[in-house]
Design a protein around this ligand. Structure first.
Ligand code: SF4
Length: 339
C-alpha cells in the first residue's frame, strides 16, 4: 500500500478535536490522571513541576497498570524529592550559555532558540524542568532580531528551535519567524525539536504543513519518542503528513529506567520509527537533573543494553548513544566499546 492511500484511510483519534482543545483538556493533576486510568488514589504532589498529560497520549497508557512505561513519564513520583549527589537544577550549565533572552549558545555552528517556555506534556525526566523560562520570554520583534544577530555570525548555519516546545507557537507566528530566516542565506538549516505531534498528533495542521513546505533551507523535525507504545495510528498519520512535505525526520530518546532500559524495547522502537519514516538519531544518557534520579540507568547497564541493541539491528537503525556535557560544543557519543 502506498503512503497516499494510507493517508486517506487512517483517521485521527478524534477528528473534531483541534490541537488547542486537546491541550486545554489535558490532565493537570496526578489525581485526575489516576482516576482516568483506573488507578487507586495516591500522592498528589507535583514536586514543583506541574503535571501535564494530553488525552491522546494518555489513551495509549494501559488502564490499571501503575508500571506502564508511558505513565511513568508523566505521573509525578515521590522519589522526585530525593536529593542525589551530582544532580542539580541546571545539569548542563545552560544559564551560563544564555547570552541574550531566548538564545542558548551551546554549539559552535548552531544557535539554539528557546521558542517558548511552555510544553504540551511535562516529562518527569526533563533536564529543563527548572529552567528559568520567565527570563527568556521574547517578543516577536526580539525574535526577529535574534535571528538577524545569529545570521551575522559566520560560524553559525543552523537554527535549532527548542523550548519548551516550539510547535506550541501558533502557525502564523511560526510562519513569520521562518519567513525571517528565509531572508538570511547563511542559515541553511532549521531544526525543530518537539514532542507535540507525539502527544497531540492533531498539531500537524494544514497550516503547519504549508509553513514547513517549500523552504529555501532544510527543515529537520526531531521527534522525542522513548517507547514503541507511544506510536499509534494517529502518530503514524502525523509523521506521514510531515514526510510528504519533504522535511527530514529524526528521533532522539532518553534511556530511562523502568521505561525503555531493555534492548528489545529499543529495537522495537527503532523498527517502528523507521516504518513511519523517522530515523533513530540519538539515545541520550539521562541528564542529571534534580528530581529525575530514579530514571538513571548506570553506565554499565547502558553499555550492555547498547551492545545488545547493536547486535539486534542494522547499523542505520542504531541511534548514537550520547551524553551531553556542560561546556562541550557537541555531544559525547559512544560506540559499543568506549562507553
Ligand atoms: S516536551 Fe521536552 S522540554 Fe517539554 S517537558 Fe518534555 S522533555 Fe522537557
Amino acid at each position: 500500500m502506498n503512503d497516499t492511500l494510507e493517508l486517506k484511510q487512517i483517521p485521527l483519534s478524534d477528528a473534531d478535536a483541534t490541537w488547542q482543545s486537546e491541550l486545554k483538556h489535558a490532565y493537570r493533576s496526578a489525581s485526575e490522571l489516576r482516576l482516568a486510568l483506573g488507578l487507586p488514589p495516591g500522592d498528589d504532589r507535583d514536586y514543583g513541576f506541574p503535571i501535564l498529560a494530553p488525552r491522546p497520549y494518555v489513551s495509549r497508557i494501559t488502564k490499571g497498570d501503575p508500571t506502564d512505561p508511558l505513565l511513568l513519564q508523566v505521573l509525578s513520583n515521590e522519589r522526585e524529592s530525593d536529593e542525589q549527589l551530582g544532580f542539580s537544577t541546571d545539569p548542563l550549565d545552560e544559564r551560563d550559555a544564555n547570552p541574550r533572552p531566548g538564545v542558548v549558545h551551546k554549539y559552535q555552528s548552531r544557535q539554539l532558540f528557546i521558542a517558548t517556555g511552555q510544553c504540551a506534556v511535562n516529562c518527569r525526566y526533563c533536564f529543563r524542568r527548572h529552567f528559568p523560562y520567565s527570563d527568556n520570554r521574547v517578543s516577536r520583534a526580539q525574535w526577529r532580531d535574534n535571528i538577524r544577530q545569529t545570521a551575522l555570525n559566520p560560524s553559525v548555519n543552523e537554527i535549532i528551535l527548542s523550548g519548551g516546545d516550539p510547535l506550541l507557537l501558533n502557525d502564523d507566528v511560526l510562519n513569520e519567524l521562518l519567513n525571517e530566516v528565509e531572508r538570511h542565506p547563511s542559515i541553511t538549516r532549521v531544526r525543530i525539536h518537539t514532542r507535540l505531534p507525539l502527544v497531540i498528533p492533531q498539531r500537524i495542521t494544514d497550516a503547519l504543513i504549508a509553513t514547513l513546505s517549500n523552504r529555501r533551507f532544510k527543515v529537520i523535525v526531531v521527534w522525542h519518542i522513548n517507547h514503541p507504545n507511544e506510536i499509534d495510528e494517529a502518530v503514524k498519520f502525523a509523521a506521514l503528513r510531515l514526510q510528504q512535505t519533504g522535511v527530514t525526520q529524526l528521533n532522539q530518546s532518553v534511556l530511562l529506567k523502568s521505561v525503555n532500559n531493555a534492548a528489545v524495547t529499543l529495537a522495537e522502537l527503532s523498527e517502528r520509527l523507521f516504518s513511519i519514516h523517522i530515523l533513530p538519531y540519538y539515545l541520550h544518557l539521562l541528564d542529571r537533573v534534580a528530581g529525575a534520579a530514579h530514571f538513571l540507568v548506570s553506565d554499565r547497564e547502558a553499555k550492555l543494553i547498547y551492545r545488545e541493541l547493536a547486535e539486534h539491528l542494522p547499523g542505520f537503525l542504531v541511534p548514537k548513544l550520547a551524553r551531553e556535557t556542560s561546556g562541550n560544543y557537541s555531544k559525547n557519543t559512544f560506540g559499543t566499546d568506549n562507553l
